[in-house]
Design a protein around this ligand. Structure first.
Ligand code: NAP
Length: 465
């Protein structure tokens, strides 16, 4: 008995340290200077959490645990090696696995305990399973859309919101019945199946452009379901970790929605990506002015102040190291170079900060949107590298635009704007960008890495273009 109590105390202490590490991890990850510590703290916390759980006296055989460990490693290692542009779908897959685990554990606990289960416990278990299953299928759909295995455009039909609402209501009514009559085991699979179907139907009407916000919302659901599982299993660490996960997912969703000027209801029911279908089609070709790398290099070296605006195209082209070389060359010529970071540039929050930090661009050169926007009228050249939607002035001027009201980088106010992109394709929101047709705009057509490379060659004097 004493030995049992001692074992329990050791586990509780390990869990306490792990919880503290998770909290520190989130705190440290909120600043680029301490982010690495944040990752280490999170990893150590997870190691302690798993180690502490393995010390549990209730475990009588480690065979299945070892098999799960090997399987998890086989799946996890390649998942950790994906390109940074694929991180949103990778994250969605992680949520799907976590939510599947929560659902399976909840289901096992139900069949082990019912009908001897308290009403409170049954209510929490139902919440765990409903949230877990809808997050599982919803995250799979989100990953499929982002990976373009499934169509990115919103799949809508008449009465969709009503059908979804009815399904969720039925699942909740079944859960309520099970709380009162936990012996009605035959109803459980229906509750589970309806919640699984609801996850699919919840995500298919949402367009690709809103997917990262949806993923962060699903992150919050996954966290909440894990916290509920913590109550069911009487595991304080799970409650803490789930609550941290749930709340940080929610905060991230709010930040993203604000940066895109969209409300949650708008994200979930607005079918934003629908505009993609109409954009491009029926668009008459308007004239644009283009320039060569040689001309661009000459304009850049004649400038005093240059603001570089990186976006998704810089990320896919992996142009950040060339961008760094360009920074070195221009700085040598006495040009003041800054980088304007839009909160949703790229495909995940912080995407541009991570890439530019990877290329060792001094962190004090990176400016947030609010801080740099006032500088554009005094800027000689705004050099846009693979960014599109986050520079679209229609967000300020065109009330009919789907991105109207979204805060943007005011690059059009610079004396000269140069835009590196491969052609006239739209960005993620699927809409045309009036910036490209302005008198002070020059289009630099080409792959971001190759074009910046050519500019660098021109700047260093060895150019041929
Ligand atoms: P964007 O609007 O998606 O535009 C990217 C541009 O890069 C495209 O117009 C594309 O044009 C160009 N491009 C692609 N590959 C290229 C290459 N190899 N070289 C040069 N250019 C290339 O990107 P953004 O301005 O960064 O905006 C991000 C979008 O994602 C926003 O709509 C935002 O709302 C959305 N979003 C982001 C987040 C987030 O957390 N970051 C979350 C939710 C939604 P070409 O094909 O003509 O080259």
């Amino acid at each position: 008995m004493n030995e049992f109590a001692a074992n329990r105390t050791v586990i509780e202490v390990i869990y306490l340290v792990a919880s503290a590490l998770f909290i520190l991890s989130l705190k440290w990850m909120s600043s680029p200077t301490t982010a690495r510590h944040g990752v280490w703290a999170g990893e150590l916390g997870m190691l302690l959490a798993i180690g502490g759980t393995l010390l549990h006296r209730g475990i009588i055989d480690y065979t299945w645990i070892a098999i799960a460990l090997v399987l998890g490693t086989i799946i996890g290692v390649p998942l950790g090696r994906v390109q940074m542009t694929a991180v949103p779908q990778r994250t969605a897959l992680s949520h799907a696995f976590g939510a599947l685990c929560v659902t399976l554990v909840g289901t096992a606990e139900f069949y082990l305990r019912s009908p001897d289960i308290s009403r409170f416990m049954m209510a929490v278990l139902s919440m765990e399973v409903i949230l877990g299953s809808l997050t599982f299928t919803g995250s799979l759909m989100a990953a499929g859309k982002l990976q373009e295995i499934l169509p990115q455009r919103p799949l809508t039909y008449k009465g969709q919101n009503l059908v979804n609402f009815l399904l969720l209501t039925i699942a909740v009514v079944l859960a309520a019945y099970l709380v009162i009559h936990p012996a009605a085991r035959q109803l459980y699979p229906f509750m589970l199946l309806i919640a699984l179907a609801f996850g699919v139907l919840l995500v298919i009407p949402i367009g690709g452009a809103d997917m990262p916000t949806v993923i962060s919302l699903l992150n919050a659901y996954a966290g909440l379901s894990a916290a509920a599982m913590g109550f069911v299993l009487d595991n304080k660490l799970l409650i803490v970790a789930g609550a941290l996960d749930g709340s940080s997912g929610l905060i991230l969703s709010v930040i993203m929605s604000k940066a895109m000027n969209r409300s949650f209801t708008n994200v979930l029911f607005g079918a934003f990506g629908q505009v993609q279908a109409s954009a491009g089609a029926g668009q008459e070709a308007k004239p644009v002015r283009s320039a060569t790398a040689e001309e661009a290099a000459a304009i850049l070296s004649a400038a005093n102040k240059v603001v570089v605006v990186p976006g998704y195209g810089m990320a896919v082209a992996q142009a950040q190291h060339k961008v760094r070389e360009q920074y070195d060359d221009l700085s040598k010529e006495g040009v003041a170079v800054k980088y304007a970071i839009h909160p949703v540039a790229g495909r995940m929050p912080g995407h541009m900060n991570v890439l530019l930090a990877e290329a060792d661009i001094p962190y004090d050169r990176l400016m947030d949107m609010e801080d740099i926007n006032g500088d554009f009228p005094q800027t000689d050249v705004a050099l846009v590298i693979g960014a599109n939607d986050v520079t679209n002035p229609a967000a300020r001027t065109d009330a009919s635009s789907p991105i109207y009201g979204m805060p943007i980088l005011d690059v059009d106010k610079a004396r000269t704007v140069m835009v590196i992109k491969r052609g006239m394709s739209p960005g993620f929101a699927g809409i045309d960008n009036p910036l490209y047709y302005l008198d002070n705009t020059l289009m630099l057509f080409g792959d971001a890495k190759a074009f910046v490379g050519s500019i660098v060659r021109e700047l260093t004097g060895g150019g041929q273009s």
